[in-house]
Write a protein that binds this ligand. Structure first.
Ligand SMILES: *Cc1c(COP(=O)(O)O)cnc(C)c1O
Length: 344
Protein backbone atom coordinates (compact mmCIF):
# COMPACT_ATOMS: atom_id res chain seq x y z
CA UNK A 1 0.00 0.00 0.00
CA UNK A 2 1.18 3.48 -0.87
CA UNK A 3 0.30 6.71 0.91
CA UNK A 4 -0.24 9.81 -1.22
CA UNK A 5 3.28 10.26 -2.50
CA UNK A 6 3.36 13.98 -1.93
CA UNK A 7 2.13 16.44 0.63
CA UNK A 8 -1.35 17.82 -0.13
CA UNK A 9 -3.34 20.87 0.92
CA UNK A 10 -6.91 19.68 0.33
CA UNK A 11 -7.53 19.61 4.06
CA UNK A 12 -5.69 19.53 7.35
CA UNK A 13 -7.07 16.05 7.95
CA UNK A 14 -4.94 14.72 5.09
CA UNK A 15 -1.84 15.10 7.27
CA UNK A 16 -0.59 12.54 9.74
CA UNK A 17 -0.08 12.85 13.49
CA UNK A 18 2.71 15.02 14.89
CA UNK A 19 5.75 13.44 16.62
CA UNK A 20 4.78 14.74 20.06
CA UNK A 21 1.43 12.96 19.80
CA UNK A 22 3.12 9.72 18.73
CA UNK A 23 5.62 10.07 21.56
CA UNK A 24 2.81 10.49 24.11
CA UNK A 25 1.09 7.42 22.64
CA UNK A 26 4.24 5.37 23.00
CA UNK A 27 4.56 6.39 26.63
CA UNK A 28 0.96 5.34 27.18
CA UNK A 29 1.41 2.04 25.40
CA UNK A 30 2.93 0.36 28.43
CA UNK A 31 1.26 -2.29 30.46
CA UNK A 32 -2.31 -2.09 31.61
CA UNK A 33 -4.74 0.70 32.35
CA UNK A 34 -8.36 0.86 33.41
CA UNK A 35 -10.81 0.93 30.49
CA UNK A 36 -13.52 3.40 29.34
CA UNK A 37 -11.73 6.54 30.47
CA UNK A 38 -11.22 5.52 34.07
CA UNK A 39 -7.44 5.69 33.63
CA UNK A 40 -4.64 8.01 34.72
CA UNK A 41 -3.93 9.32 31.18
CA UNK A 42 -7.53 10.38 30.63
CA UNK A 43 -7.60 12.09 34.00
CA UNK A 44 -4.33 13.88 33.21
CA UNK A 45 -5.61 14.99 29.79
CA UNK A 46 -8.86 16.34 31.26
CA UNK A 47 -6.87 18.13 33.98
CA UNK A 48 -4.51 19.45 31.30
CA UNK A 49 -7.40 20.91 29.31
CA UNK A 50 -8.86 22.41 32.50
CA UNK A 51 -5.49 24.04 33.18
CA UNK A 52 -5.29 25.27 29.58
CA UNK A 53 -8.68 26.99 29.79
CA UNK A 54 -8.02 28.18 33.35
CA UNK A 55 -11.68 28.11 34.37
CA UNK A 56 -13.83 25.36 35.87
CA UNK A 57 -15.09 22.99 33.18
CA UNK A 58 -16.07 19.38 32.48
CA UNK A 59 -14.14 17.56 29.75
CA UNK A 60 -15.12 14.52 27.63
CA UNK A 61 -13.28 12.81 24.78
CA UNK A 62 -14.93 11.55 21.59
CA UNK A 63 -13.69 10.15 18.29
CA UNK A 64 -14.67 12.92 15.88
CA UNK A 65 -16.12 16.36 15.35
CA UNK A 66 -19.55 15.31 14.15
CA UNK A 67 -20.07 13.49 17.44
CA UNK A 68 -18.65 16.37 19.48
CA UNK A 69 -21.00 18.88 17.85
CA UNK A 70 -24.07 16.66 17.74
CA UNK A 71 -23.82 15.42 21.30
CA UNK A 72 -22.95 18.90 22.60
CA UNK A 73 -26.05 20.34 20.89
CA UNK A 74 -28.19 17.45 22.11
CA UNK A 75 -27.18 18.32 25.66
CA UNK A 76 -28.36 21.91 25.07
CA UNK A 77 -31.64 21.14 23.27
CA UNK A 78 -34.93 19.41 23.68
CA UNK A 79 -36.52 17.94 20.56
CA UNK A 80 -38.73 21.03 20.13
CA UNK A 81 -35.84 23.54 20.24
CA UNK A 82 -33.92 25.29 17.47
CA UNK A 83 -30.28 26.29 16.98
CA UNK A 84 -29.18 29.44 15.16
CA UNK A 85 -26.15 28.93 12.92
CA UNK A 86 -24.76 30.02 9.56
CA UNK A 87 -25.85 28.15 6.44
CA UNK A 88 -22.19 27.31 5.72
CA UNK A 89 -21.65 25.79 9.15
CA UNK A 90 -20.37 22.23 9.42
CA UNK A 91 -23.40 21.23 11.54
CA UNK A 92 -25.62 22.18 8.59
CA UNK A 93 -23.56 21.09 5.61
CA UNK A 94 -21.34 18.20 6.71
CA UNK A 95 -22.89 16.14 9.48
CA UNK A 96 -25.60 14.22 7.66
CA UNK A 97 -28.31 15.47 10.02
CA UNK A 98 -26.54 14.06 13.09
CA UNK A 99 -27.22 17.17 15.24
CA UNK A 100 -30.95 16.85 14.56
CA UNK A 101 -30.82 13.06 14.97
CA UNK A 102 -29.17 13.15 18.40
CA UNK A 103 -31.53 15.93 19.53
CA UNK A 104 -34.52 13.91 18.31
CA UNK A 105 -35.76 16.54 15.88
CA UNK A 106 -34.22 19.91 16.78
CA UNK A 107 -34.28 22.43 13.88
CA UNK A 108 -31.41 24.55 12.60
CA UNK A 109 -32.29 28.19 11.87
CA UNK A 110 -29.92 29.31 9.14
CA UNK A 111 -28.36 32.71 8.70
CA UNK A 112 -27.59 33.27 5.03
CA UNK A 113 -25.86 36.60 5.44
CA UNK A 114 -22.17 37.37 5.19
CA UNK A 115 -19.20 35.12 4.57
CA UNK A 116 -19.77 32.35 7.10
CA UNK A 117 -20.05 34.45 10.25
CA UNK A 118 -23.26 34.98 12.16
CA UNK A 119 -24.01 38.42 13.55
CA UNK A 120 -26.22 39.79 16.35
CA UNK A 121 -28.52 41.27 13.69
CA UNK A 122 -29.05 37.91 11.97
CA UNK A 123 -29.53 36.11 15.30
CA UNK A 124 -32.16 38.66 16.37
CA UNK A 125 -33.92 38.39 13.03
CA UNK A 126 -34.05 34.59 13.16
CA UNK A 127 -35.21 34.27 16.76
CA UNK A 128 -37.84 37.01 16.61
CA UNK A 129 -39.30 35.94 13.28
CA UNK A 130 -41.74 33.67 15.06
CA UNK A 131 -42.57 33.53 18.73
CA UNK A 132 -45.63 31.28 18.72
CA UNK A 133 -45.64 27.69 19.86
CA UNK A 134 -46.15 26.32 16.36
CA UNK A 135 -42.48 26.98 15.61
CA UNK A 136 -39.45 25.36 17.34
CA UNK A 137 -38.24 27.48 20.24
CA UNK A 138 -34.79 29.08 19.74
CA UNK A 139 -32.44 27.79 22.39
CA UNK A 140 -28.85 27.89 21.15
CA UNK A 141 -26.46 29.90 18.99
CA UNK A 142 -23.77 27.77 17.36
CA UNK A 143 -20.79 29.41 15.68
CA UNK A 144 -17.58 28.04 14.20
CA UNK A 145 -14.18 29.43 15.23
CA UNK A 146 -12.28 29.60 12.91
CA UNK A 147 -15.11 29.63 10.37
CA UNK A 148 -15.65 27.27 7.44
CA UNK A 149 -14.41 30.16 5.26
CA UNK A 150 -11.13 30.43 7.16
CA UNK A 151 -12.08 33.63 8.95
CA UNK A 152 -11.80 34.35 12.66
CA UNK A 153 -14.35 36.06 14.92
CA UNK A 154 -12.67 38.91 16.81
CA UNK A 155 -13.19 39.21 20.57
CA UNK A 156 -15.36 42.23 19.87
CA UNK A 157 -17.61 40.23 17.54
CA UNK A 158 -17.80 37.43 20.09
CA UNK A 159 -18.75 39.84 22.88
CA UNK A 160 -21.54 41.27 20.73
CA UNK A 161 -22.88 37.78 20.00
CA UNK A 162 -22.69 36.90 23.70
CA UNK A 163 -24.74 39.99 24.61
CA UNK A 164 -27.29 39.19 21.90
CA UNK A 165 -27.57 35.56 23.02
CA UNK A 166 -28.10 36.70 26.60
CA UNK A 167 -30.87 39.09 25.56
CA UNK A 168 -32.72 36.25 23.85
CA UNK A 169 -31.98 33.63 26.51
CA UNK A 170 -29.82 31.51 24.18
CA UNK A 171 -26.91 29.24 25.09
CA UNK A 172 -23.69 29.40 23.07
CA UNK A 173 -22.05 26.41 21.41
CA UNK A 174 -18.76 26.83 19.56
CA UNK A 175 -17.51 24.40 16.94
CA UNK A 176 -13.78 24.68 17.52
CA UNK A 177 -12.57 22.04 15.07
CA UNK A 178 -9.89 24.66 14.27
CA UNK A 179 -9.99 26.67 17.48
CA UNK A 180 -6.22 26.33 17.87
CA UNK A 181 -5.73 28.17 14.57
CA UNK A 182 -8.14 30.90 15.65
CA UNK A 183 -6.40 31.39 19.00
CA UNK A 184 -3.01 31.55 17.29
CA UNK A 185 -4.42 34.11 14.87
CA UNK A 186 -6.00 36.27 17.58
CA UNK A 187 -3.00 36.05 19.92
CA UNK A 188 -5.30 35.48 22.85
CA UNK A 189 -5.14 32.84 25.56
CA UNK A 190 -7.74 30.07 25.73
CA UNK A 191 -8.89 31.57 29.06
CA UNK A 192 -9.48 35.02 27.56
CA UNK A 193 -11.31 33.43 24.66
CA UNK A 194 -13.62 31.46 26.95
CA UNK A 195 -14.33 34.43 29.20
CA UNK A 196 -14.91 36.94 26.42
CA UNK A 197 -17.06 34.66 24.26
CA UNK A 198 -19.10 33.27 27.14
CA UNK A 199 -19.12 29.86 25.43
CA UNK A 200 -21.23 27.30 27.29
CA UNK A 201 -20.12 24.19 25.38
CA UNK A 202 -17.09 23.89 23.13
CA UNK A 203 -16.17 21.22 20.59
CA UNK A 204 -12.37 21.42 20.72
CA UNK A 205 -10.58 19.92 17.74
CA UNK A 206 -7.57 17.68 18.10
CA UNK A 207 -7.58 15.87 14.74
CA UNK A 208 -6.76 18.82 12.49
CA UNK A 209 -4.22 20.16 14.96
CA UNK A 210 -1.97 17.08 14.88
CA UNK A 211 -3.69 14.14 16.53
CA UNK A 212 -4.62 11.12 14.48
CA UNK A 213 -8.14 11.23 15.83
CA UNK A 214 -10.06 12.72 18.69
CA UNK A 215 -11.92 15.82 19.82
CA UNK A 216 -12.82 17.10 23.26
CA UNK A 217 -16.22 18.34 24.39
CA UNK A 218 -15.73 20.98 27.06
CA UNK A 219 -18.63 22.21 29.21
CA UNK A 220 -18.05 25.61 30.80
CA UNK A 221 -21.62 25.51 32.08
CA UNK A 222 -21.04 22.41 34.18
CA UNK A 223 -24.74 21.76 34.82
CA UNK A 224 -25.14 21.01 31.11
CA UNK A 225 -22.67 18.13 31.39
CA UNK A 226 -25.07 16.07 33.48
CA UNK A 227 -25.29 12.52 32.14
CA UNK A 228 -23.11 13.43 29.12
CA UNK A 229 -21.12 10.22 29.54
CA UNK A 230 -24.34 8.29 28.89
CA UNK A 231 -24.91 10.23 25.66
CA UNK A 232 -21.38 9.38 24.54
CA UNK A 233 -21.81 5.70 25.36
CA UNK A 234 -25.21 5.47 23.65
CA UNK A 235 -23.81 7.17 20.54
CA UNK A 236 -20.94 4.68 20.30
CA UNK A 237 -18.43 7.38 21.28
CA UNK A 238 -17.03 5.87 24.48
CA UNK A 239 -13.68 4.34 23.55
CA UNK A 240 -12.92 1.27 25.59
CA UNK A 241 -9.16 1.85 25.36
CA UNK A 242 -9.77 5.55 25.97
CA UNK A 243 -6.17 6.17 26.98
CA UNK A 244 -5.21 6.12 23.29
CA UNK A 245 -7.43 9.11 22.57
CA UNK A 246 -6.65 11.05 25.73
CA UNK A 247 -2.88 10.48 25.66
CA UNK A 248 -2.73 12.26 22.34
CA UNK A 249 -3.95 15.38 24.10
CA UNK A 250 -1.06 15.07 26.55
CA UNK A 251 1.24 15.27 23.53
CA UNK A 252 -0.45 18.44 22.26
CA UNK A 253 -0.69 20.14 25.64
CA UNK A 254 2.92 19.63 26.75
CA UNK A 255 5.00 22.72 25.88
CA UNK A 256 2.00 24.17 23.97
CA UNK A 257 2.54 21.97 20.94
CA UNK A 258 -1.07 22.73 19.91
CA UNK A 259 -0.12 26.40 19.56
CA UNK A 260 3.13 25.67 17.74
CA UNK A 261 1.25 23.46 15.26
CA UNK A 262 -1.48 26.05 14.71
CA UNK A 263 0.99 28.91 14.28
CA UNK A 264 2.94 26.98 11.68
CA UNK A 265 -0.20 26.07 9.73
CA UNK A 266 -1.40 29.69 9.84
CA UNK A 267 2.01 30.98 8.72
CA UNK A 268 2.03 28.64 5.71
CA UNK A 269 -1.49 29.78 4.77
CA UNK A 270 -0.47 33.43 5.10
CA UNK A 271 2.59 32.87 2.91
CA UNK A 272 0.55 31.06 0.26
CA UNK A 273 -2.19 33.69 0.37
CA UNK A 274 0.16 36.67 0.00
CA UNK A 275 2.12 35.07 -2.81
CA UNK A 276 -0.73 33.66 -4.80
CA UNK A 277 -2.75 36.90 -4.59
CA UNK A 278 -0.05 38.62 -6.66
CA UNK A 279 -0.59 36.24 -9.59
CA UNK A 280 -2.74 37.67 -12.33
CA UNK A 281 -6.19 36.12 -12.53
CA UNK A 282 -6.11 34.91 -8.94
CA UNK A 283 -8.58 36.41 -6.51
CA UNK A 284 -8.81 35.72 -2.80
CA UNK A 285 -12.41 34.92 -1.90
CA UNK A 286 -12.06 35.61 1.82
CA UNK A 287 -9.42 37.33 3.93
CA UNK A 288 -6.87 34.76 5.12
CA UNK A 289 -7.05 34.71 8.92
CA UNK A 290 -6.29 31.10 9.84
CA UNK A 291 -4.96 28.04 7.99
CA UNK A 292 -7.40 27.94 5.05
CA UNK A 293 -7.16 29.93 1.82
CA UNK A 294 -9.97 30.22 -0.73
CA UNK A 295 -9.17 31.49 -4.19
CA UNK A 296 -11.10 32.06 -7.36
CA UNK A 297 -9.45 30.49 -10.41
CA UNK A 298 -10.57 30.05 -13.99
CA UNK A 299 -11.64 26.49 -14.89
CA UNK A 300 -8.56 25.92 -17.08
CA UNK A 301 -6.24 26.57 -14.17
CA UNK A 302 -8.30 24.32 -11.92
CA UNK A 303 -8.05 21.55 -14.52
CA UNK A 304 -4.29 22.02 -14.73
CA UNK A 305 -3.96 21.69 -10.97
CA UNK A 306 -5.90 18.43 -11.04
CA UNK A 307 -3.85 17.12 -13.98
CA UNK A 308 -0.63 17.74 -12.07
CA UNK A 309 -1.92 15.62 -9.21
CA UNK A 310 -2.94 18.32 -6.76
CA UNK A 311 -5.88 17.50 -4.54
CA UNK A 312 -8.26 20.24 -3.42
CA UNK A 313 -11.89 20.97 -2.64
CA UNK A 314 -14.05 23.16 -4.86
CA UNK A 315 -17.26 23.21 -2.86
CA UNK A 316 -17.54 26.94 -2.24
CA UNK A 317 -19.63 28.24 -5.14
CA UNK A 318 -18.25 27.96 -8.65
CA UNK A 319 -14.64 28.69 -9.34
CA UNK A 320 -13.70 28.63 -5.66
CA UNK A 321 -10.78 26.40 -4.67
CA UNK A 322 -9.87 25.70 -1.06
CA UNK A 323 -6.39 24.97 0.24
CA UNK A 324 -5.79 24.12 3.89
CA UNK A 325 -2.39 24.00 5.55
CA UNK A 326 -1.41 21.49 8.23
CA UNK A 327 0.95 21.47 11.19
CA UNK A 328 3.67 19.96 8.95
CA UNK A 329 3.16 21.88 5.69
CA UNK A 330 6.50 22.57 4.02
CA UNK A 331 7.38 25.80 2.26
CA UNK A 332 8.96 23.91 -0.65
CA UNK A 333 5.72 22.14 -1.42
CA UNK A 334 3.70 25.36 -0.98
CA UNK A 335 6.07 26.94 -3.51
CA UNK A 336 5.47 24.02 -5.88
CA UNK A 337 1.73 24.62 -5.63
CA UNK A 338 2.20 28.32 -6.30
CA UNK A 339 4.34 27.49 -9.36
CA UNK A 340 1.63 25.24 -10.79
CA UNK A 341 -0.96 27.97 -10.35
CA UNK A 342 1.38 30.52 -11.93
CA UNK A 343 2.07 28.32 -14.97
CA UNK A 344 -1.59 27.39 -15.46
C1 LIG B 1 -13.42 18.93 10.32
C2 LIG B 1 -14.52 19.69 10.96
C3 LIG B 1 -15.33 19.11 11.94
C4 LIG B 1 -15.19 17.66 12.36
O1 LIG B 1 -15.58 16.77 11.41
P1 LIG B 1 -15.47 15.17 11.56
O2 LIG B 1 -15.20 14.72 10.19
O3 LIG B 1 -16.78 14.70 12.07
O4 LIG B 1 -14.39 14.89 12.54
C5 LIG B 1 -16.28 19.90 12.56
N1 LIG B 1 -16.43 21.19 12.24
C6 LIG B 1 -15.67 21.79 11.31
C7 LIG B 1 -15.86 23.24 11.02
C8 LIG B 1 -14.70 21.05 10.63
O5 LIG B 1 -13.95 21.65 9.70
Amino acid sequence: MQPLHQEQFASDNYSGACPEVLHALNETNQGYARAYGDDVYTKAAADGLRALFGVPCEVFFVFNGTAANSLALASLCQSYHSVVCHELSHIETDECGAPQFFSNGMKLLLSKEGDGKITPASITRLVTKRTDLHYPKPKVVSLTQSTETGMVYSLEELRAIKACAKTHGLKLHIDGARLANALASLHVSPKTFVEESGVDVLSFGGTKNGMFLGEAVVFFDKALAEDFEYRCKQAGQLASKMRYISAQWLGLLKDDVWLKNARHANAMAAYFSETVARIEGVKLLFPTQSNAVFIELDPKRIEKLAQEGWLFYTFIGTGGVRFVFSWDATKARVDALIETIKKG
